[in-house]
Design a protein around this ligand. Structure first.
Ligand SMILES: Nc1ncnc2c1ncn2[C@@H]1O[C@H](COP(=O)(O)OP(=O)(O)O)[C@@H](O)[C@H]1O
Ligand SMILES: [Mg+2]
Length: 277
């Protein structure tokens, strides 16, 4: 075994130990299908948590098309690729966005972008473990699809938030992700968000269809975190490169996100109170 591999194993052991005795807080936002609203949701969810006095780190882990920087209208030279290339440490690539909210940006479209291997992703999680005590929640925005790396990321997270929409294609892709997670014996808590709904009824029906299939074929219970309306204010906030919660805090979608951020805080606090140590 080479030196790097044995160091990784050692680091992994430390990370496992740390994870067992510190509060669960790593949240991956995923979907299967692209365009369901992962990035929109992850950014607004993170921001709302930070506004409720939680310390949050939001990381753009979409390794294909990272665009959190565009959504937030930020320019930075500090990106995750320098961490992956091991030229900068994780602490060095963290930017502060606002009170209680730190960010790590990705960067797509670079020809020198290092190919992320399983080992590099594992190293990323080990290093995340080392800074996790600074935060109440660490939110990872993911790539679409369910390739090996996305799946590995989801399996290593404490919570998986699956963002889908009422469209049958999005529901099918959410089902595929859930199937892969269950087949791989994922220990992460799973919650579904149905985004871009014409009304509550449409969202509920979509969730019932998905959970019935999961229940029937995969023998698992599925939990709904919330339904987000299709809201032109959400679309406009993205065009304006602003968070919806700043652009139009009175909008329907902003209020829906606020309600289930509060619910999520309660769920995670209850879960952490039941942990040993
Ligand atoms: N609740 C919503 N209401 C209206 N449009 C939305 C909503 N959520 C997302 N969108 C639209 O969907 C597009 C894709 O969202 P994005 O977060 O980039 O998806 P993903 O990260 O899953 O690929 C956005 O550009 C936005 O226009
Ligand atoms: Mg995205």
């Amino acid at each position: 075994m080479n030196e790097q591999a044995s160091r990784l194993i050692e680091l992994n052991k430390l990370a496992e130990f740390g994870k067992r005795y510190s509060a669960s807080k790593i949240i991956s936002v995923c979907s299967g299908k692209g365009g369901t609203g992962k990035t929109f949701f992850a950014a607004n969810f993170a921001y709302q948590l930070s506004r409720l006095n939680k310390k949050v780190l939001l990381i753009d882990l979409d390794l294909n098309f990272s665009n959190l920087n565009i959504l937030l209208n930020q320019t930075t030279t500090k990106t995750i690729s320098t961490f992956f290339a091991q030229t900068e440490t994780m602490e060095e690539i963290v930017s502060n966005y606002s009170n209680n909210l730190d960010l790590i940006f990705g960067d797509s479209g670079r020809s020198d972008y290092p190919r992320v291997s399983r080992e590099i992703l594992d190293y990323f999680f080990v290093m995340l473990g080392k800074i996790q005590d600074k935060y109440d929640y660490i939110i990872l925005d993911s790539s679409a699809g369910a390739d090996d790396l996305v799946l590995r990321q989801l399996l290593k997270s404490d919570y998986n938030l699956i963002v889908t929409s009422p469209e049958p294609t999005a529901l099918m892709d959410a089902y595929v992700i859930l199937k892969l997670l269950i087949e791989n014996e994922s220990k992460a808590e799973r919650f579904v968000i149905v985004n871009k709904c014409s009304d509550t009824n449409e969202g509920e029906n979509a969730f019932i269809n998905l959970s019935t299939a999961v229940n029937h074929f995969l023998k698992e219970h599925l939990e709904l975190l919330g339904i987000i309306s299709y809201d032109s204010a959400a679309h406009k906030s993205i065009i304006n490169q602003e968070l919806l919660l700043n652009f139009d805090p009175q909008s329907i979608a902003a209020d829906e996100i606020l309600q289930f951020v509060k619910r999520f805080i309660t769920i995670t606090q209850l879960a952490n109170n039941n942990q040993p140590g």
